[in-house]
Design a protein around this ligand. Structure first.
Ligand SMILES: [Zn+2]
Length: 233
């Protein structure tokens, strides 16, 4: 058995040859019932696991080939190791299949949440009636006490504003301000007389605004801002 250098690469084929040759002769030629000169079990296990870096690896392999009890023991360790490795491999494969299967399964499942999120938000309608208020401008010093503050939903709003008597037809800018002058939402609209009030219609997106009090500011090209307190729910 010394003829061929085994080195650190004990291939499956050379292993099979080794075992076959050894098994044939070993039981009769090298019974070694007292286990004289046998290596530690840890060395046999190391070789069974292909940890071939030990300094005595080649000697141990030679010994296995000439000792019936060590060959038996080696075979047990080797079978156990291969079985465990196959088991682990099978487990990894199984886990992979499960993962792929789950991904496929969930990929096919109707995904209500994302669909709901992707669906365009409905446009809500809201009407603010300021028709009974005087035309107030932000530069006016004298102000009446504000009437009850109207509430709006934080949504895409088709906002109808009944403007105070005396306002004009035409294009308007509509803004929501925080504080007194920080615009956080902007839109434009057109005002027409609907028979009872000057009515401005514009669509404005309030979804990203935090709940709280805002200033609704409205103006056309000729007027300064008219401002109204509103609450976003
Ligand atoms: Zn032995």
């Amino acid at each position: 058995m010394k003829g061929k250098p085994i080195g650190k690469e004990l291939t499956r084929q050379s292993e099979r040859l080794l075992i076959r040759a050894a098994t044939e002769a070993i039981k009769t030629d090298f019974p070694n019932p007292e286990r004289l000169g046998c290596p530690e079990s840890t060395s046999l296990i190391a070789i069974a696991r292909r940890n071939l870096s030990g300094p005595d690896t080649e000697d141990t392999i030679d010994h296995i080939a000439t000792c019936a009890p060590c060959l038996d023991e080696y075979n047990r360790h080797r079978r156990r190791h291969l079985l465990l490795r196959r088991g682990r491999f099978a487990l990894i494969c199984f886990a992979g299949v499960v993962a792929i299967g789950s991904a496929w399964h969930f990929g096919r499942m109707p995904q209500k949440q994302p669909v709901a999120r992707q669906a365009p938000d409905p446009v809500l309608t809201a009407t603010l009636d300021f028709s009974n208020r005087t035309v107030e401008r932000s530069d006016e010093v004298q102000r009446r006490p504000e009437p009850k503050t109207p509430h709006l939903k934080r949504a895409v709003l088709k906002l109808t504003v009944r403007l105070p008597i005396g306002t004009e037809d035409g294009a308007y800018s509509v803004e929501f301000w925080t504080g007194n002058d920080q615009p956080v939402a902007k839109a434009t609209g057109n005002a027409v007389w609907d028979g009872s009030a000057e009515t401005l219609i514009s669509t404005i997106d309030l979804r990203k605004l935090a709940p709280g009090e805002y200033t609704l500011a409205i103006r056309n090209a000729r007027w300064l801002w008219s401002t109204y307190k509103v609450l976003l729910d």
